[in-house]
Design a protein around this ligand. Structure first.
Ligand code: UDP
Ligand code: MN
Length: 356
């Protein structure tokens, strides 16, 4: 009896040994050789500190006296993320009466290279333009007047359409701007769209002052920088989303009404004064408020936006020679376009020297 129970115990012991050996042989039960590779957070890119103020786009006369604010990275700065034109939403503000005189030139030139990413915000129907060019033409139904309310109404629609688009960057330009797409992509790829980025050209060399009417009752005055709309500006998606309480679904119009300032100032107000995010200053954006003839010809193609003088100053254009005469191309946009995209069918072909 005693012997028999010892025998059973021995048998059970051997059986359990054999079973555990078998378990050890099953690879699915092995612990992982090394921990699983989990996605790591991306390293944060920091724009250069103020001391590193160096911008290849400065013409000597334009270097501002006060070096406040954050300046855009200089040439050769590290690329942050590879960016495609698909990632950018470009809003062009226009009005019905400028469809022929201004918009056609843009559609013929830079818009043709980013047709799906460019959205034209206007105030009247133009079936002919739609059929002829197949552009994204958006009738905002805003008033065609050149008033603060009408312009803010358009900006408000631009903002909502951008949020809807899911794109990474929002860039706004006027219908007298040429956008140099390769430079725009180069500049934006220095940043990450999830960072708070507001890029543009300050129109003044000092911040603007307004009485604070959104947060307080109007007794406090606030100072803030804004990017001049006539030169164009860009905002990252991360920052645009934070602007929502003061910018989305018509809130932009009421914010602008509270401070009684134009659309571009209101953008600066929301970002700098309400969200306390610093604008990144860059002189790569140009409006016709500056003397465009002073821009050295050798750096014209490195700029992000260009413009041209209106009726009052037709000679205020960038100096780029060749290709077209001033009569054929009074704005110089066609010349710039042919230098950037020489294979365009309407660009004059550069004659090769005989023997080459
Ligand atoms: N604009 C507009 N409605 C108007 C007049 C102008 O939307 O009644 C737009 C125009 O298409 C341009 C911007 O506002 O995109 C600035 O207009 P403009 O260049 O004539 O004036 P600026 O302020 O640059 O002198
Ligand atoms: Mn203008």
């Amino acid at each position: 009896m005693h012997r028999a129970s010892v025998g059973i115990n021995k048998f059970c012991f051997c059986l359990s040994l054999a079973f555990s050996g078998l378990l050890l042989l099953l690879p699915c039960l092995w612990p992982p050789a090394q921990p699983l590779a989990l996605p790591q957070p991306k390293a944060q890119f920091r724009p250069p500190p103020n001391e590193t103020y160096r911008n290849f786009s400065h013409t000597p006369s334009e270097v501002p006296l006060k070096r406040r604010g954050t300046w855009a990275p200089f040439k050769g700065h590290i690329k942050h993320e590879p960016l495609d034109i698909e990632d950018v939403f470009i809003a062009v503000k226009t009005t019905r009466k400028f469809h022929r005189s201004r918009l056609d030139l843009l559609i013929q030139t830079w818009v043709s290279q980013a047709k799906r990413q460019t959205y034209i915000f206007t105030d009247g129907e133009d079936k002919d333009l739609l059929l002829r060019t197949g552009t994204n033409l958006i009738n905002t139904n805003c008033s065609a007047a050149h008033t603060r309310q009408a312009l803010c109404c358009k900006m408000s629609v631009e903002y909502d359409k951008f949020i809807e688009s899911q794109k990474k960057w929002f860039c706004h330009v006027d219908d007298d701007n040429y956008v140099l797409l390769p430079s725009l992509l180069r500049l934006l790829s220095s940043y990450h769209h999830s960072q708070d980025v507001y890029l543009g050209r300050p129109s003044l060399d000092h911040p603007i002052e307004a009485s604070e009417k959104v947060k307080s009752n109007g007794l406090v005055s606030v100072q803030f920088w804004f990017a001049t709309g006539g030169a164009g500006f860009c905002i990252s998606r991360g920052l645009a989303l934070k602007m929502s309480p003061w910018a989305s679904l018509g809130n932009f119009i009421s914010t602008a009404e509270k401070i009684r300032l134009p659309d571009d100032c209101t953008i600066g107000y929301i970002i700098e004064a309400l969200l306390e995010v610093k604008m990144t200053h860059t002189l790569l954006f140009h409006s016709h408020l500056e003397n465009l003839r002073k821009l050295p010809p050798e750096i014209v193609l490195e700029q992000v936006t260009l413009s041209y003088g209106g009726f009052e100053n037709r000679r205020n254009v960038v100096s780029v020679g060749g290709r077209f005469s001033l009569i054929e191309d009074p704005t110089r946009f066609k010349t710039v376009h042919c230098l950037l995209y020489p294979d365009t069918d309407w660009c004059p072909k550069v004659k090769l020297e005989s023997g080459h």
